[in-house]
Write a protein that binds this ligand. Structure first.
Ligand code: GAR
Length: 206
């Protein structure tokens, strides 16, 4: 009798620019038995990204592709694609990757490129989301995992998580509350996408 088939885990790369706490949450999730992804490498656009050291300490492959090392954005993004292809990647997760990728890149990876954003999209696209949410008098804020399309923070929503905005919140206290929600949401959303990757039956939020 043949042994039961073990489902293949999808090969996931993570793109970061800094601290890499969402990257760490994804790596931790992927270490759990039965999680449908393995993290095969981390790419940063900054050589000094703190998350690179974390990834290296965990034995992951890392590479830096910085705009300043290439003639232009297209060439930089082509170098990122070459690395992703050399790792035979099925899915790419942006995790605090703070550079806007070229339309060519996002179109080439469309449906296989996800991002986490610290707001309840379509509210507060772009940066400085926590301060803007407080100033707008929002009672609820949160985070969104979405597919990436050429237009910034505008791709189909995969999953969202809400947190309250509390009296006296500063952008920093609110950011911390949202970040904890991000660390739970991103691994769940990746799992949800990969569970449906072969059937194309993913039910998107929103
Ligand atoms: C996270 O809050 C993430 O949502 C945000 O940057 C932070 C990165 O933290 N991303 C964006 O603003 C993308 N537009 P991390 O490096 O600790 O994961």
């Amino acid at each position: 009798m043949n042994p039961p088939a073990v489902p293949l885990r999808k090969r996931v790369a993570i793109l970061i620019s800094g601290r890499g706490s969402n990257m760490s949450a994804l790596i931790e999730a992927a270490r759990q038995p039965g999680y449908p992804a393995q993290i095969v490498g981390v790419i940063s656009n900054r050589a000094d990204a703190e998350g690179l050291k974390t990834a290296q300490n965990l034995g992951l492959s890392t590479t830096v592709h910085s705009l300043k090392d290439y003639p232009d954005k297209t060439a930089t993004d082509e170098a990122i694609t070459r690395t992703l292809e050399s790792w035979d990647v099925d899915m790419v997760c942006l995790a605090g990757f703070m550079r806007i990728l070229s339309a060519e890149f996002t179109l080439a990876w469309q449906g296989r490129l996800m991002n986490i954003h610290p707001s309840l999209l379509p509210k507060f696209k772009g940066t400085d989301t926590h301060r803007r949410a407080i100033e707008a008098g929002e009672k609820t804020h949160g985070c969104t995992v979405h597919f990436v399309v050429p237009e910034l923070d505008a791709g189909p929503v995969i999953a969202q998580s809400s947190v309250p905005v509390l009296p006296g919140d500063t952008p920093e206290t609110l950011a911390q509350r949202v970040l904890s929600a991000e660390h739970r949401l991103y691994p769940q959303a990746l799992k949800q996408v990969l569970a449906h990757a072969d059937t194309g039956e993913l039910q998107l939020a929103g």
